[in-house]
Design a protein around this ligand. Structure first.
Ligand code: HEM
Length: 510
């Protein structure tokens, strides 16, 4: 009986392989189970051990090659883990793969697939992207908002200076910094730290943020096995709908407030060289000439994408970078020496120093190589049949580019497991073909790269310049990744700092 069963399995495996060859589909692990497909291979990710998805997929690619086809329930999923195959998807087939799959998060938290990150490729997406790139995240707009970033970073420095060498939760500190920066840009408000105005509004906002990261970061099995969607007394989908309602009402109240105070100069923040508008005010003023492009729903969804997409990613990058430097004090020292030489002790680092801080730039690159906060990018989907690696990829296939696997593969990176910023010496920017692209590439690449690099650079540069940093014990910082959308550290970073001899003078001038 056992022998017959084994023979049957062997026959089935060979027949399946032949069928894949005839249909010219990419290699696929055996077995593909009825209903669930290959989800059984991800059980560690979905259940008990909570292994991050990019790790499980790296293991599958090691067996089946850089172009692998999986079946997640009813969906085809193409997993890519080589620079050449990534280039085929994001350059040669860029338009075909410029769609996003219709996942539940996009439906309930992405305004029914109309938000910038979840919208399918087409006129609506192109229009949002144009608004984001030209009106919100352009170099010019970022320059007008420079003083917000500078003053928020200085406010963090003052807070740290008062810590008296106590253990600090750096993840929370970075989060509060980024959320204050984003909210000041969007609506001219700060909800964390000193001088918080409307206390009840700030509490509501903080609750929304916490829930967004808790619910938005969960892998939803209902995306792949639709019959499970409505199971359980209060499924994830219901929680998403309730969260959406809260977020929408909150953003609407900000728009209403902005509209009712139009012309109220006190809300227009005074800035060097004239008046500086909040991003909501910018979009509402554009509505006067192009009302069809700037409906309330568009403004709300754009602001939410910026607020939530921009925060988590930048925070996680700063936390990984500080953790890596604390485990390599010689790197921290070298970065400090560079800042001392370029900036000196008479003023605090500012954004215009960043292009001259080449070692800091190498540290940021090495952090984003080893710990990319978009380890699988955001899923793409093919709009029509195409060819990748010589294989046929059916229309409607979800694409996962395993950036984590590419950027940590010793085949492309000598000493890949070692944190070695020097490997980037002489490299400009953050891209190295398709073997290093922490912000993605092509049409759906990250529109917030410029803002992110400024914030991460300015924050790290200021922390390194103004303080001596230490781990809270002799043990190395644990660099294990947790699960979640933006590859967070499993354990939040705790660290201690002491102001340097000149810091209090600098902070009193700031
Ligand atoms: C270190 C920080 C950041 C990293 C590493 C990062 C990385 C990424 C990656 C890998 C993608 C997906 C690309 C793809 O699907 O092919 C993405 C998309 C996106 N990012 Fe970022 N990002 C960061 C910060 C930001 C910031 C600050 C903002 C805005 C304020 C932002 C807004 C977006 C948006 C809107 C998308 C979706 C674009 C679209 O679908 O058209 N990101 N980002």
């Amino acid at each position: 009986m056992v022998i017959q069963f084994l023979l049957f399995l062997a026959f089935y495996a060979i027949a399946r392989r032949l069928l894949l060859k005839v249909r010219n589909l990419p290699p696929s692990p055996f077995p593909t189970l009825p209903v669930i497909g290959h989800l059984h291979l991800l059980k560690k990710h979905l259940h008990l051990l909570k292994k991050p998805l990019h790790r499980s997929l790296s293991q599958i690619s090691r067996w089946h090659g850089p172009v692998t086809l999986l079946q997640f329930g009813s969906r085809h999923v193409l997993v890519i883990s080589s620079p050449a195959a990534a280039e085929e998807c994001l350059a040669k087939n860029d338009v075909i793969f410029a769609n996003r799959p219709r996942l539940l998060a996009g439906k309930h938290l992405g305004y029914n697939y109309t938000s910038l990150a979840w919208s399918p490729y087409g006129n609506h997406w192109r229009n949002l992207r144009r608004i984001a790139s030209l009106e919100i995240l352009s170099t010019n707009r970022l320059l007008t908002l420079l003083s917000i970033r500078t003053s928020e970073v200085r406010s963090l420095l003052r807070l740290l200076a008062k810590s008296g060498g106590q253990s600090l939760n750096m993840k929370s500190a970075f989060f509060e910094l980024m959320l204050n920066v984003m909210m000041q840009m969007i609506a001219g408000k700060r909800y964390y730290g000193e001088n918080v105005g409307e206390v009840e509004e700030a509490r509501k906002f903080r609750e929304i943020v916490t829930e967004s990261f808790r619910i938005g970061g969960v892998t939803n099995i209902g995306d792949f096995l639709p019959f499970l969607r409505w199971m359980g007394p209060k499924g994830l989908e219901e929680k998403m709908m309730a969260l959406h309602k809260k977020r929408d009402e909150f953003m609407q109240s900000l728009i209403d407030e902005s509209q009712s105070s139009e012309g109220d100069e006190s809300l227009e923040m005074a800035a060097e060289g004239g008046k500086r508008k909040t991003l909501i005010q910018v979009l509402l003023s554009l509505r006067e000439t192009e009302p069809e492009y700037y409906k309330d729903e568009t403004v709300k969804s754009l602001m939410l994408v910026l607020l939530l997409g921009g925060t988590d990613t930048s925070v996680a990058t700063m936390e990984w970078a500080m953790s890596a430097m604390l485990n390599h004090p010689e790197i921290l020292k070298k970065a400090q020496a560079e800042i001392d030489e370029v900036v000196g002790h008479d003023r605090i680092v500012n954004e215009s120093d960043l292009p001259k801080l080449s070692y800091l730039h190498c540290i940021m690159n090495e952090t984003m190589r080893m710990y990319p906060v978009g380890p699988l990018l955001i899923p793409h989907e093919s709009a029509e049949e195409c060819c990748v690696g010589g294989y046929r990829v059916p229309r409607g296939t979800m694409l996962l580019i395993n950036l984590f696997s590419i950027q940590n593969n010793p085949k492309y990176w000598p000493d890949a497991a070692k944190f070695k910023p020097e490997r980037f010496e002489g490299m400009e920017g953050v891209r190295d073909g398709y073997k290093m692209m922490p912000f993605g590439s092509g049409r759906r690449g990250c529109p917030g790269e410029n803002l992110a690099l400024r914030m991460v650079g300015l924050t790290l540069g200021s922390l390194i310049q103004c303080f001596e940093w230490n781990r809270i014990s002799d043990e190395l910082i644990d660099m294990t990744e947790g699960t979640g959308l933006s590859m967070p550290k499993a354990q939040p970073l705790l660290a201690k700092c002491r102001p340097r001899s000149f810091t209090s003078d600098l902070l009193s001038q700031a």
